[in-house]
Design a protein around this ligand. Structure first.
Ligand SMILES: C[S@@+](CC[C@H](N)C(=O)[O-])C[C@H]1O[C@@H](n2cnc3c(N)ncnc32)[C@H](O)[C@@H]1O
Length: 274
């Protein structure tokens, strides 16, 4: 019988490979889109994080924060520069390399390479967050999701808070078809996303991601990656949080107000306490 950790190690390679490949071009592709650090959406996400922190932790700058699947540091970097103590974990070394370039050594941030489904972290945190559909990236079924949520719970202090952000599958997953592109120096990179199949009942999305990169007009990368993701609904997330022992569960939508349910909202932000 294959040991569960060994199986996860085999499974992780696809995500790791994808982001290691993307890592070099991620910033270029995302630069002109709503996902970059300077944009309104990131600013709103950061202010939501800060609002939650000041609501739950009066001595806000002494708390220790974990950015799960931190990528190239869209949230971690501005928070650390603003005086927060934030560590980041991500499965892709290339994404972490791109993050590390943005941080000087004097900043109080530990950058950890690892798979959040299995990595045992040494530190304990007051607040953990994860933005941009990372649960869908990390999980394909309930067992996977429970692994992640229990692992996060293990590294949270008593009273600690978890915030997860994901796209609402009820809104538009079955018809994804768009391209992100960017340019930096002589590099032109673009990524096309297209739904191959979306099963509404199971929430499983099979997505084709096509990366094309040119240097000085010459093609240097042309790679198609098909991936299956489990997209969680607000109700499923609520049940998962409950099953894993999170309390005081609250859900917010596009307007970042925790007292509203996001039926027609594009995003779901779920908060739970241990
Ligand atoms: C869409 S990006 C989001 C990055 C960042 N959170 C943001 O909002 O910009 C997803 C990230 O999840 C990471 N990731 C995927 N599976 C992971 C896992 N099992 N454990 C840790 N990180 C993972 C990827 O390497 C990638 O950096």
């Amino acid at each position: 019988m294959i040991h569960a950790n060994l199986l996860l190690n085999i499974m992780k390679t696809k995500q790791e490979k994808k982001y290691d490949l993307l890592g070099n071009y991620y910033e270029i592709i995302q630069k002109n889109t709503q996902e970059s650090s300077k944009t309104k959406r990131t600013r709103r996400e950061l202010s939501f994080v800060k609002r939650l922190i000041s609501r739950y932790f009066p001595r806000r700058k002494t708390i220790r924060i974990l950015d799960i699947a931190c990528g190239s540091g869209r949230h971690l970097v501005p928070l650390v520069k603003d005086g927060y103590k934030v560590d980041g974990i991500d499965i892709s070394r290339e994404m972490l390399k791109s993050l590390s370039k943005k941080l000087d050594k004097e900043y109080d941030a530990e950058i950890i390479h690892g798979d959040m489904r299995i990595k045992r972290l040494e530190r304990r945190y007051n607040f953990a967050y994860s933005f941009f559909n990372t649960l869908a990236e990390m999980t394909k079924d309930i067992d996977d999701a429970k692994n992640v949520l229990m692992n996060i719970k293990r590294c949270l202090r008593k009273g600690g808070i978890l915030l997860l952000d994901t796209e609402n599958p009820r809104r538009y997953l079955y018809k994804i078809d768009f391209t992100l592109k960017g340019k930096e120096g002589d590099i032109e990179a673009q990524q096309h996303f297209k739904t191959i199949e979306y099963q509404d009942v199971s929430g499983l999305l099979c997505l084709r991601e096509h990366l094309r990169v040119k240097r000085g007009g010459k093609k240097i990368e042309d790679r198609v990656i098909d991936n299956t993701y489990k997209w969680w609904t607000a109700d499923e997330l609520h049940l998962l949080f409950e099953a894993c022992g999170y309390k005081n569960i609250k859900i917010a939508g596009d307007d970042y107000r925790v007292d509203r349910t996001p039926k027609s909202s594009k995003r779901i932000l779920i908060v739970g306490q241990v």
